[in-house]
Write a protein that binds this ligand. Structure first.
Ligand SMILES: Cc1cc2nc3c(=O)[nH]c(=O)nc-3n(C[C@H](O)[C@H](O)[C@H](O)COP(=O)(O)OP(=O)(O)OC[C@H]3O[C@@H](n4cnc5c(N)ncnc54)[C@H](O)[C@@H]3O)c2cc1C
Length: 383
């Protein structure tokens, strides 16, 4: 019997953890190397659309996610000051029946914690910051900042928008700052003093917006995320504590519901929004990229983590049953299957038009990464 492939995954974020789970489900030995010493419950919400929930289902997490996440009935697209409705988009049973899985809203930390339960603890190596990769004909050697090393038949770079793996494969090319920041905060709904919000609303201003929703099934936690112009981003950190008063000032004149939410918010962080043009290639030799490492996008379609999870499902299908000689062909098939879709999502996300007035969404939400036909790679890509 052929020896199981040994795959090393760099990064235990949304894509890396999901990939470890999908690969292990396909009989592949996957180990994760993560730079952080521990995981914290970052104050942020996350939307899990049906295409992502189909991945969670296959790795045994759907019921656990449904237990804690909020299942909204609808999303409103509203005019920033009047509150007039541009679009009322049905979630709830409607989307579940049409797209084959629910649309869920939850705390990002809760989702991350659940993903860690889908991978054996011993397979997640913390405090392992990748600094170098040595690719040879027979395998790859990973070198970490603490001087330790690891060997694998193949490597998956799931190390996010500032990916070191990407830099080692294709050279340094920083993602471009979009000129905008996202403020994010989660806080107890009790801070609204008995008032409630709609399930999920995006308030569209002229040059800024804010999305507000519940993150728990019990509706006891609220999340908002903004997009606000900020000409330069000079900080080293890509996530910083922000001043709540300045944020409230940035949304002066918005509808009283927005004011109510911002007045109740005790603290807020801000993130720089980075983008990258679609890349010519995602893999080299025995190493491949997934998620934000190869297709980072603005958060305006809430598809960054969802597409990273789709990548994890499709990559596991491409690698299943493959021996060490078939890795580069499997990576070529993966890229050929995924690139058109993720490039289109990157583009639409950049435009910031999603669910504004039109509801042509099934090409995103009804997608099933487990049943999507695998594409034939261009002949030149095959080894
Ligand atoms: C404001 C905002 C809101 C968003 N909302 C949504 C949403 O609602 N729905 C959605 O689907 N997406 C959303 N996204 C996008 C989503 O957060 C990202 O697309 C997703 O986290 C990408 O997953 P990833 O695994 O590629 O990278 P990440 O989740 O960023 O994980 C990368 C991991 O790699 C580790 N790492 C980095 N470098 C190294 C190294 N050298 N060695 C070892 N480890 C390393 C990091 O510590 C991290 O754990 C949002 C993004 C933003 C900014």
């Amino acid at each position: 019997m052929a020896k199981a492939l040994r795959v090393a995954i760099v990064g235990a974020g949304m894509g890396g953890l999901t990939a470890a789970a999908t690969l292990r489900r396909a009989g592949i030995d996957a180990e994760i190397y993560e730079q952080a010493p521990a995981f914290s419950r970052l104050g942020a919400g996350i939307q899990m659309s049906p295409n992502a929930v189909k991945v969670l289902r296959a790795i045994g997490l759907e019921d656990k996610v449904r237990d804690i996440a909020f299942r909204p009935e609808r999303q409103f697209s509203r005019v920033w000051d009047s509150g007039d409705v541009n679009l009322e988009y049905p979630f709830g049973d409607t989307i579940e029946e049409r797209c084959g899985a629910p649309y869920l809203l939850m705390h990002r930390g809760d989702l991350h914690a659940l993903l860690t339960t889908a991978v054996p603890d011993a397979a997640v190596h913390r405090s392992k910051k990748l600094v170098d990769l040595e690719q040879a004909a027979t395998g790859v050697r990973l070198v970490f900042e603490d001087g330790s090393t690891a060997e694998a038949d193949a490597v998956i770079g799931a190390d996010g928008v500032h990916s070191r793996v990407r830099e080692l494969l294709f050279g340094r090319e920083a993602p471009h700052y979009s000129g905008r920041v996202a403020h994010r905060s989660t806080f107890p709904a009790a801070r609204l003093n008995g008032k409630t919000i709609d399930d999920c609303t995006k308030w569209w201003g002229e040059d800024r917006h804010i999305v507000v929703y519940y993150t728990t099934r019990k509706r006891d936690e609220i999340y908002f995320v903004t997009s606000v112009p900020e000409p330069a981003w000079t900080e080293e950190s890509w996530s910083l504590k922000a001043d709540v008063e300045s944020l409230r000032a940035a949304f002066t004149g918005f509808h009283p519901t927005v004011k109510m939410v911002l007045d109740a918010c005790p603290e807020v962080h801000k993130w720089a929004i980075f983008e990258r043009d679609p890349m010519a290639a995602w893999s080299k030799g025995r190493t491949v990229l997934i998620g934000d490492a190869c297709h980072p996008m603005t958060p305006y379609m809430a598809q960054g983590a969802a597409t990273a999870m789709e990548d994890a499902a499709v990559l596991a299908r491409c690698l299943e049953g493959v021996d060490r000689d078939g890795i580069t062909d499997a990576f070529a098939t993966f890229e050929a299957t995924r690139k058109e879709r993720t490039s289109k999502i990157q583009h639409v996300s950049h435009m910031n038009v999603w669910l504004h007035r039109s509801s042509d969404t099934d090409w995103v939400f009804a997608y099933d990464p487990w049943n999507e036909p695998l594409a034939k790679p261009p002949v030149a890509a095959l080894s």
